[in-house]
Write a protein that binds this ligand. Structure first.
Ligand SMILES: Cc1cc2nc3c(=O)[nH]c(=O)nc-3n(C[C@H](O)[C@H](O)[C@H](O)COP(=O)(O)O)c2cc1C
Length: 208
């Protein structure tokens, strides 16, 4: 079996966060997925060794936030590479809470969901939390951060570079309706450009 075949799976990137007895903690996860629409449910796979996992096992509820591409890499590293056992990850950060007191960020997040654990499946190194979605809200507009985006940022790349070029305007001749489709952008054509069909000058072209 070639387990590198699994590298082609696509994932989103999320923060799972929980409050227990006045203590807030959270971690980065890539394993949140919607499982059913009616009722609205999700599953999340969490390492047993994470403090967040331990706290969820006691609270049976937590938030999952969908990270925006605008999220600073430092926040992702803070929540994904350090443990709440060593640092208070929420210290100094502005957060809101769901109805159960579980924290979530409103900035650099596209949506948050408040999950109630309905069953737990033991997977050896991990638990699979099967959850009912109790609350859900859209936060900022934007594009979701993917696991691949995170790897690009971590390697020093930028997401703008990976973004597709903006669509080019379509220009067509107002006389014969020939649609310009050359490699050179229409705006950069010389002033003496003529329509190849009816011979009208560049000024006869309009965009649509
Ligand atoms: C990109 C990325 C994806 C991750 N996905 C998961 C995941 O799906 N489940 C999980 O339990 N941990 C995941 N982690 C690891 C935890 O975020 C990490 O172990 C964290 O330090 C645990 O913090 P805690 O001990 O405060 O809970 C991921 C980390 C990164 C950087």
């Amino acid at each position: 079996m070639d387990t590198s075949a699994m590298f082609n799976l696509t994932y989103g990137l999320f923060i799972a966060a929980v409050e227990l007895n006045g203590r807030r903690n959270g971690c980065i996860i890539n394993t949140a997925i919607q499982t059913t629409a009616e009722p609205c449910s999700m599953t999340v796979t969490m390492q047993k060794s994470n403090l967040t996992t331990e706290m969820i096992l006691k609270k049976w509820s937590f938030t999952v936030s969908i990270i925006s591409q605008t999220c600073p890499l430092e926040l992702i590293k803070n929540f994904g590479l350090t443990s709440g056992r060593d640092a208070d990850k929420f210290a100094g950060l502005d957060y809101a809470t769901d109805r159960k007191g579980n924290p979530y960020f409103k900035k650099d997040m596209l949506s948050f969901m408040s999950l109630e654990v309905t069953s737990i499946i033991d997977l050896g190194t991990h638990y699979l939390f099967v959850c009912n979605v109790a609350e859900a809200e859209k936060l900022e507009a934007g594009k979701p951060m993917t696991y691949a985006d995170y790897r690009t940022l971590k390697a020093g790349g930028s997401l703008e570079a990976a973004a597709p070029a903006p669509a080019r305007k379509t220009y067509f001749c107002s006389v014969c309706h020939y649609v310009y489709d050359g490699d050179v952008p229409f705006e950069e054509l010389p002033d003496d450009y003529l329509c190849p069909i009816c011979g009208k000058p560049k000024s006869f072209f309009v965009t649509g």
